[in-house]
Design a binder for this molecule. Structure first.
Ligand code: CA
Length: 234
């Protein structure tokens, strides 16, 4: 759903600054999600897919530095720009050490911030040419390479049987769309499959066990009376 220029997660607890950032970035054509608390930001980070993260350092819940540390454990690619207080040299240094792509000190000129965002997104495109690879499907922290048949969740490889693989590809290809059991059966097993739709439930259970690990937000949701949808939490 990168309909616009890109999706930006704005993590900033100062209401006025967050609001200005949201307005300016949306005006520039980015789609923006604002979060004011570090823990909530971690949750949003894990369940969404972001082209860039704008991260304040002083936050309730979890500091921006700690949040950055957790993001960089598995994810070296998503650009992170830190928003730091002018006085805090340590924050800038530890932020850059931890893999922030850039930082900007408050108060900032919006034009400068926009330029840095554009630069960070350009670098990301250069470093991530596989994003244009049609064989690569991504959703939240899940990725599937249809050529190598490699499946990763939060950086961890996942083994799927061929049928489970086809089912997951179909769900990822139709992410955020509610799919009926019949639709899934037809697409994954084919018209000539005379089983009943229970087989869909069984295989959904198999891949859930492998993909939706207990410590990670679930990506495959049941839609009662209809079927299933792949979406992030909420
Ligand atoms: Ca703050």
């Amino acid at each position: 759903m990168s309909t616009k220029k890109g999706t930006i997660l704005v993590v900033e607890d100062e209401v006025k600054i967050a609001r200005v950032l949201e307005l300016e970035l949306e005006y520039e054509g980015y789609s923006v999600t604002k979060v004011m608390d570090g823990l909530e930001a971690l949750e949003k980070y894990r369940t969404g897919s972001w082209d860039l993260i704008l991260l304040d350092v002083m936050l309730p819940g979890l500091s921006g530095i700690e949040l950055l540390r957790r993001i960089r454990k598995n994810d070296l690619l998503t650009p992170v720009i830190l928003l730091t207080a002018k006085s805090s040299v340590e924050d800038k240094v530890s932020g850059l050490d931890l893999g922030a792509n850039d930082y900007i000190t408050k108060p900032f000129q919006i034009e400068e911030l926009l330029a840095r965002i554009r630069a960070a997104l350009r670098i990301k495109q250069v470093e991530q040419p596989q994003d244009e690879d049609p064989n690569l499907l991504r959703f939240a922290d899940l990725s599937i390479d249809q050529k190598t048949r490699e499946v990763l969740r939060a950086g961890e490889p996942i083994e799927l049987t061929p049928r489970e693989f086809d089912l997951l590809v179909y769900l990822m290809d139709h992410k955020r769309q509610v799919l009926s059991r019949d639709q899934i059966l037809e697409a994954v097993w084919g018209y000539d499959f005379f089983g009943d739709t229970n087989v869909v439930d069984v295989y959904i259970r198999y891949i859930r066990k492998k993909i939706d690990l207990p410590h990670l937000p679930s990506l495959i949701h049941t839609v009662r009376g209809i079927g299933y949808v792949m979406k992030d939490a909420k």
